[in-house]
Design a protein around this ligand. Sequence first.
Ligand code: UFG
Length: 333
Amino acid sequence: MKARILVCGGAGYIGSHMVRQLLANDYDVVVYDNLSQGNAEAVGDVPLIRGDLLDREALAALFAGHEFDAVYHFAALIAVGESVTAPDLYYRNNVTGTLNLLDAMRVAGVDRFVFSSTAAIFGNPQTELISEDHPKAPLNPYGRSKLMIEQVLEDYGHAFGIRSVCFRYFNAAGAHPSGDIGEAHDPETHLVPNVLLAALGERDGLEIFGDDYDTRDGTCIRDYIHIDDIASAHLKALGYMDAHPGAHVFNLGNGNGFSNKEVLDAAARVIGKNREIPYRIGPRRAGDAAVLVADSSHAREALGWAPATPDIEDIIETAWNWHRAPKYGPFAK
Ligand code: UFG
C-alpha cells in the first residue's frame, strides 16, 4: 500500500516542492495549511485542508478523518527580523503549533515526524564548516523556536516513541524545473529572489546588507541548496526512520559558501546579455552571521543523500525560470 503523508505547510515554498516529490514517488498526500503565507495554487492536485496548527479541534478532525503513516511539518513563520519584534507570534506558531500537531499525532497513533529546522540554531559559527554537533546559540527567537522543537522531539522520542528527523536547512533557493512552483514570499526578504526581482525592475535595485564583514569581499557568505535537494533528503528520511527509532538531526547544504556579491555576479551570468543588476551597499542587517556553511557529510553518509543541483548558477537558473513568470504570489504574471 502507498504510504500516506500529511504535509503541514504544503502550500508554502519548501512544502509545495515536497508535495511534488512525494507525488512523483507515488505517495498519497494531504496538505494542511492556513494559507497565511502559502498559495493554494502551489499545492497542485492533492487535497488541501485549510486549517491552523493553533486550532486543536481542526487538527483532531484532520487525524480522525484520515490515516497517516508520517507527518512532514513545514508550517512555520520564518522571518528572522520579525521574530525579534514579535517573539510571541514565533513561539505561538512555531512552538505551540508544533506541540498541538504532535499531540494530535499521538492521539491518532502516528509516530513518524519530519521537521524543518534551520542553520539559525547555531548562531555565529565557531568552525568553518558547521556539523551537527556544533554548539547551539541561536541569535533570535526564530532560531530559538526551532531549537526548542528539536529538544522536544528528543524527549518525545524517549517518552512516547515518536520517531523523528530534523533537517537544518542552510539557504534554500531555486525552484521546480517545470516553472509551475517557486518562491513567492510576501514580503520577500531572501537574497536570491531579491537579486532576480532587482534584475526584473520589480525592486528599486538590490540592497546588500553590509560590506564590512570579515570575509573575502566584505559581504556575508552563505551555503545555497536547491529546494528539490532539500525535498529529496526528506524523502530519504522515511526509510531512515523505519530503521532508526528515536530523534535524528541532519544539516543540509552543499558545503560551498558564496558571498552576497558572488551571488549577484552568478545571477548576472545566468541572466546573460551582460545585464547589470543595480545594487547598493546598505547597513548590516541585525542578526546576520558573517559566514554559514554546512558540513552535510552526515546526511550523505547516513541517508545516502547527494544534492543533484549543487552548482550555484544551476540553482539560480531554476529560480530565474520561475521569477520571470511566476504563476502566483505578489509578482504573478
Ligand atoms: N541579503 C541582502 N539583501 C537582501 C536580502 C538578503 O544583502 O535583499 C543578505 C543577507 O543580509 C544575508 C544573505 O543575503 O547576508 C542571505 O540572506 P537571506 O535572507 O537570503 O538568508 P539568511 O541567511 O538570512 O536566512 C536563511 C533562512 C532563514 C534561516 C537562515 C539560517 O531564510 O530562515 O538562513 O542561516 F534562519
